[in-house]
Write a protein that binds this ligand. Structure first.
Ligand code: ZN
Length: 77
């Protein structure tokens, strides 16, 4: 079995992480598109994807990314 670097990273992160439910910036970014889509659709994104919301609350970098993505999509739609 060959482990992809991203899979490996995820395993290492889950082992090192003090909180197993916490996601990192990579995972947050991977799910950000969907999160923003839910927001724009008027759905409760925080409830549907609580881990992303949790990360955005704590990570200013991802928060900025999120705001930018939201602004762009709002402008486009
Ligand atoms: Zn982050």
């Amino acid at each position: 079995m060959i482990l992809e670097p991203t899979t490996l990273k995820r395993i290492v992160r889950s082992v090192l992480s003090t909180c197993p439910d916490e996601i990192g910036c990579d995972e947050c970014f991977e799910q950000l598109d969907r999160f923003v889509e839910l927001k724009l659709a008027g759905k409760n994104a925080a409830e549907a994807m609580p881990l992303v919301q949790d990360h955005l609350d704590r990570c200013p970098d991802c928060r900025e990314e999120f705001e930018a993505l939201l602004a762009v999509l709002r402008y486009m739609t």
